[in-house]
Design a protein around this ligand. Structure first.
Ligand SMILES: O=c1ccn([C@@H]2O[C@H](COP(=O)(O)OP(=O)(O)O[C@H]3O[C@H](CO)[C@@H](O)[C@H](O)[C@H]3O)[C@@H](O)[C@H]2O)c(=O)[nH]1
Ligand SMILES: [Mn+2]
Length: 738
């Protein structure tokens, strides 16, 4: 019984937060840096107004000015993340003392997959099982998988997974397993007893069946055991292709009827492959998510939604409770629309050679945005309030049919014919015509990075977000393990980001008014991410070609202006590095991250920018190129050893090789010149830049000349780039030596 004093005790806390003290240092440093940059601008104007004006010297000065303006713009946007970094702590142990388990909200979980050959169905089912096994009332969980690959193989994997789940869920519960993704559990140090051996054997059997079906490309008749399963596959008639097929909505588990082997109810599990037609745009993942929003509204209409990529499995069964601590505590945010958890990756090599951890992007910057209006949405590992997809907090937009409205309860069981008919209808490829879907309702269309764009627009509409970063990663995902894959991914992002940067919702115009200066410039940092390519490209060629021709373009070491350059370079670099190490990373990973930044500058950012402009003038482009999650053994081994993987010819590699060769020639040429008593004082900065690039390029030289494995630089690329590099050197000597 509660005594009078207990009654007046403050309620148990669910959440606390604090700002990082480092923000005061960051602000002071930013002020000094801005003043230094203004001094640099003054120096640039001096250079431009010098008396001996030749066309060459003017072009050089202007190029350097442009490069530095871009660098400064991007630097200043990164400062917006540093002004108010916020860290939150949640207390899930208090949750059930404040809210009873019975009143936890229902949860709809969306998992997207798009290609059974790039995204193995076994991976997808592992992800699904990991969240079906959440330590959460099972009747409240509904897992929806959207299959844009329209593949029987994926459906088959889910039928198998549903059967295995009846054993797996009680097994996890009874043994309080933390790794509820079967594949992760069986690759961990689990205690091998007869019970675990038994369940492992079942898993292996399922794995074999799924993998052999994928290898054959079809489902053997013996694997189809019931009439219900046969009807599930009956939609795959001969004309059924990935690009052209009717919608498939298949309820694989119904929590009202299906029980696990101990008699507890299973969560709902629904397979969806929305209708596709070659003549209707499908808007890639954004379109898939909107179809999921509608189908789930019809079937379960849970107030909370979790979106996941097919490779992002749950690594902690209590994640929903953590997130509820934020949703339930109204002091967190007045209009909390979504809670993002960081993307953390499995299988990174120690040095993270491709910078795929994206520590600043996924772990550091969101804290900075959480100190403003909240982080952006990263496409996976994000919990939404369903209502957020239907207009701003104070200006709701009603969907075209009442059944889809977030405040509508579902009255019929998910297997009822009427409901399934409606579900098929709303999954139709022409359903969205003349509706608000993609513009005012649901995930927003218009950018290849539907995640970034949707999050940004939600914040503009007045929703706020929060970042939840638990000690134990809530989800773990796969990373690309070849350089080409890593660069193609960031190239796609670049195209999508520029689509936002140059839209009428651009963060630096529309955004500043809607969300305020700092938050808008955080979003702006991403929108303009690809423009890093401008300064990187200029600094990759100009100092080097002028160095080769003995033409100083920076202040002499003996000139006081030299110290300004040194400060601006070291200041930015050292701050990044310190931030990285303070975020529990290593110097080595930071080094590789900065190398990848340079590499992306000449490849994905640049080619993404070109693709964006091609698209703008109507040249057809690639669209959403799904990242492969398949690991080739040999490739995987090389990745594990930290060896760069080139292997395939690519125009991106060609330009990269040209730049590295020119830097080597310039560095060696400049070095010899200095040995011969040349102008070290005047050429030092250029020599330093070329030397820095050479140091960064060591793995490239190795891949061009020393390696013989399949992942080396294609010989053709090496030869062609050497010729181009030489050509550029010769050309520059005609142009510069006047
Ligand atoms: O037409 C499509 C294309 C992709 N996907 C799914 O989208 C997800 C992400 O695709 P992936 O190839 O892994 O892209 P990444 O670049 O690794 O993904 C990041 O960037 C995407 C935006 O470009 C976001 O959607 C992702 O959530 C984010 O993790 C995967 O589950 C795909 O199955 C679809 O459902 N339909
Ligand atoms: Mn991915």
């Amino acid at each position: 019984m509660a005594t009078a004093t207990e009654k007046h005790k403050p309620p148990l806390p669910l959440h606390s937060h604090r700002f990082l003290r480092r923000r005061y240092f960051n602000r002071a440093f930013a002020a000094i840096y801005i003043l230094s940059f203004l001094a640099l601008l003054y120096h640039h104007t001096l250079a431009l107004s010098k008396e001996t004006k030749t066309l060459v010297s003017i072009s050089v000065s202007i190029s350097l000015l442009i490069a530095d303006l871009f660098l400064f713009f991007m630097w200043s946007t990164t400062q917006c993340f540093r002004m108010n970094p916020l860290v939150r702590k949640v207390f899930p142990e208090n949750l059930e003392k404040v809210v009873s388990r019975e009143s936890f909200p229902a949860l709809d979980i969306f998992i997207c997959t798009a290609d059974p050959y790039k995204e193995p169905p076994l991976t997808v089912i592992n992800t699904a099982l990991s969240v079906m096994a959440y330590d959460y009332p099972t009747q409240k969980i509904s897992v929806y998988v959207s299959d844009d690959g329209g593949s029987q193989l994926t459906l088959f994997a889910f039928l198998e997974g549903a059967k295995f789940g009846r054993h797996w869920l009680p097994f996890c519960r009874e043994n309080s397993i933390m790794e509820r993704c079967p594949d992760a559990y069986f690759s961990s140090n689990y205690s091998a007893n007869s019970k675990t051996q038994h369940i492992k054997m079942m898993y292996e059997k399922m794995k074999m069946r799924v993998e052999s079906a994928v290898a054959k490309g079809e489902i053997a008749d013996e694997y189809i055991t019931s009439e219900q399963e046969r009807t599930a596959f009956s939609k795959w008639t001969p004309g059924f292709t990935r690009q052209q097929h009717p919608s498939v909505v298949q309820v694989l588990l119904d929590s009202r009827q299906d029980r696990d082997i101990t008699g507890d109810s299973m969560p709902n599990l629904i397979y969806l492959s929305r209708e596709k037609s070659k003549t209707s745009p499908h808007h890639f993942k954004g379109g898939a998510l909107n179809a999921l929003l509608r189908v789930s509204a019809v079937l379960t209409n849970a107030p909370v939604i979790l979106t996941l990529d097919c490779d992002m499995f749950s690594n902690d069964p209590h994640t929903v409770q953590r997130v509820l601590c934020l949703f339930m505590d109204h002091s967190v945010r007045p209009n909390l629309g979504y809670i993002q958890l960081p993307q953390v990756f499995n299988g990174l090599n120690k040095a993270d050679i491709y910078g795929c951890e994206f520590k600043p992007l996924f772990q550091m910057n969101p804290r900075g945005m959480d100190g403003q209006k909240g982080p952006n949405y990263y496409g996976t590992g994000c919990f939404f309030v369903r209502r957020a997809f239907f207009g701003g907090p104070s200006s709701s937009v009603q969907p075209e049919i009442p059944e889809l409205s977030p405040d509508q309860g579902v009255k019929e069981p998910i297997t009822s014919e009427k409901i399934l008919k409606l579900a098929n209808l709303v999954a139709g490829c022409n359903y969205e015509n003349h509706t608000n879907w993609g513009s005012k309702i649901g995930f927003k269309y218009g950018s290849l990075v539907e995640d970034y764009y949707t999050g940004y627009r939600l914040v503009c509409e007045g929703w706020q977000s929060a970042f939840c970063d638990p000690e134990r990663p809530a989800f773990l995902g796969d990373i690309p393990i070849s350089l080409n894959d890593a660069l193609s991914q960031t190239k796609r992002w670049s195209v999508g980001l520029l689509e936002v940067a140059f839209s009428k919702y651009s963060p630096i115009t529309f955004g500043v008014q809607a969300v305020g200066f700092l938050e808008a410039h955080c979003f702006g940092h991403y929108a303009f991410w690809p423009v890093w390519s401008v300064p990187v490209a200029i600094y990759a060629f100009l100092p080097q070609l002028t160095l080769l021709n003995n033409m100083p373009i920076f202040p002499k070491v003996s000139d006081p202006w030299f110290y300004l350059y040194a400060f601006l370079f070291l200041g930015a670099y050292i701050q990044e590095c310190l931030d990285f190490i303070l975020a529990k990373s290593t110097f080595e990973r930071w080094w590789n991250e900065q190398r990848m930044w340079l590499i992306r500058g000449l490849t994905s950012y640049l080619f993404g920018t070109i693709e964006f402009f091609s698209k703008l003038v109507g040249i057809p482009t690639q669209g959403f190129n799904v990242t492969s999650k398949v690991v080739d053994d040999e490739q995987g081994k090389r990745y594990g050893q930290g060896i760069f993987e080139f292997g395939v010819p690519s125009p991106m590699f060609l330009l990269l090789s040209v730049a590295t060769i020119i830097n080597l020639i310039a560095f060696l040429g400049g070095f010899l010149e200095v040995l011969r008593g040349g102008n070290l004082d005047g050429l030092f900065v250029q020599l330093f830049i070329a030397g820095f690039a050479v140091l960064n390029s060591l793995p490239l030289y190795e891949a061009m000349v020393l390696r013989a494995d399949k992942g080396k630089m294609p010989t053709k690329t090496t030869i062609i780039s050497a010729f181009i590099a030489l050509g550029l050197c010769v050309m520059s000597s005609f142009m510069l030596q006047t």
